[in-house]
Design a binder for this molecule. Structure first.
Ligand code: SF4
Length: 428
């Protein structure tokens, strides 16, 4: 029916051209940052090229991993990790026709349209034989019911080696120790069997040290978002965290984030954080923004002076990895996996709201945008509590009912109308 990774590489080649174009002719909001945009997009291109290369290399494997799992351990086994929840968002902003085709395949196969589009897309990708060959699946029980339903279906279609790990719904040291035990007692033996390689603790430590370097860069970059005005555009501000989550432990990602960090610190030192448009409002966007239309950030800056910092793309609660022993490394990797984007929603809503308020204070935001993603029980279920907190604390909140993968649910035009009305009425 399809050739593994064929559409992915077609879109990757298109992204490579787009990256060059953005470098030479960036849109107005990104004009001062053309080289950085290229750097981040090119890192994404190389990431997918590395997955394609591992498909063709009998000495390696592609590790298809779910949110709740970071890449470090997989790099230690010389695998090419592919974060599956990021996979649809890769197509979302670049080629909506692939999104629509895979969603329709999943629905024709019987998956209800009420299921989150991330999971529907992944089932559709499996049906269309798009997933990389020479691969295995490592899945966890977080972040949500949608993934718990989708992954066994995908396993049945692909018939590839699969492991299911149990991610605790609690937060804190005990939960991390439990999950680190899952990595040690279940994931590592699985990886040894799937790759035919034994765990090399020195190699694992190397990847953990490498990821700590990238982590430091990411924190430094994010620190500059507290400055007024904050540097970069909303689109670019999301990128360091996204690159980290997908490539922590890879020297390529460390290098890219190092260059970004140098630029951010230089701008901060010279007081050059003002972009092309005056900052009037600071928006904390809770959950996933309109990935299907990244230009909405530029539009918000140009038309409304509204600067976005994305809530699930900020790392204030992640910790670096203690590399002193196998146990501490696994706990560090476990903790980052549990607290990464979306997995963090496995915990009680009150905690999620508390972190939201923390980020709101940290970035001195003026209002909240809250995505109400179709099929996401976590963020839609949190609406009542966020509404109450907004009222009690007099925080202006805009709820946007959309599907971050699928532009047909709330079109870019409709999203812009709602955003414009919010600033003209509530924020005026
Ligand atoms: S958006 Fe919600 S439903 Fe979809 S994968 Fe994330 S947590 Fe699960």
């Amino acid at each position: 029916m399809g050739t593994p990774f064929e559409r992915t590489m077609t879109v990757t080649n298109g992204l490579s051209l787009l990256a060059e174009e953005m470098r030479k002719n960036p849109p107005p909001a990104l004009e001062p940052y053309g080289d950085l945009v290229w750097l981040m997009l090119n890192d994404m291109v190389v990431h997918y090229e590395e997955v394609a290369a591992a498909m063709a290399d009998p000495s390696r494997k592609v590790a298809m991993i779910q949110f709740g799992l970071m890449p470090q351990l997989f790099y230690a086994f010389d695998c090419a990790p592919l974060s599956l929840e990021f996979y649809p968002t890769f197509f979302s902003g670049l080629d909506q026709s692939v999104i629509h085709a895979f969603l329709e395949s999943a629905e024709e196969a019987g998956l209800p349209p009420e299921v989150c589009s991330t999971d529907r897309f992944l089932v559709g990708a499996a049906i269309n034989e798009e997933f990389p060959s020479n691969s295995f699946f490592a899945t966890t029980s977080c972040p949500c019911d949608g993934t718990r339903i989708a992954y066994p279906i995908i396993k049945e279609i692909l018939q590839c080696p699969t492991i299911y790990l149990d991610a605790p719904f609690r937060h804190g040291r005990d939960a991390v120790r439990y999950y680190a035990g899952q990595l040690k007692n279940h994931l590592i033996p699985f990886l040894e069997e799937a790759t035919g390689k034994k765990l090399d603790i020195d190699r694992l430590r190397e990847t953990a040290v490498e990821s700590n370097r990238a982590f430091e860069c990411m924190l430094d970059i994010n620190e500059t978002f507290r400055l007024k005005p904050m540097p970069y555009s909303g689109y670019l501000r999301m990128m360091p965290f996204m690159r980290y989550i997908q490539g922590a432990g890879s020297p390529r990602v460390t290098q890219a984030l190092g260059t970004f960090r140098d630029d951010a610190l230089q701008r901060a030192k010279e007081g050059q954080t003002q972009g092309p448009f005056e900052e009037k409002y600071r928006v904390l966007w809770v959950h996933v923004p309109t990935i299907y239309d990244p230009s909405i950030f530029d539009w918000m800056e140009e038309e409304l002076g509204a600067m976005v910092v994305a809530h699930l793309s900020v790392p204030p609660i992640l910790e670096p990895i203690d590399t002193s022993s196998l146990e501490t490394i696994l706990e560090g990797v476990a903790w980052q996996g549990l607290d990464m984007t979306m997995s963090i929603q496995r915990v009680e809503t009150e905690k999620f709201v508390e972190w939201t308020l923390m980020a709101y204070e940290d970035y001195d935001a003026d209002c909240l945008f809250v995505t109400q993603h179709v099929g996401c029980q976590s963020i839609c279920g949190a609406r009542g509590m966020i509404e109450k907190v907004g009222r009690d604390r007099q925080i202006p909140v805009l709820f946007l009912e959309l599907d971050y993968n699928d532009s047909r649910v709330l079109s870019s035009e409709q999203a812009r109308i709602q955003i414009e009305e919010f600033f003209e009425t509530v924020m005026a």
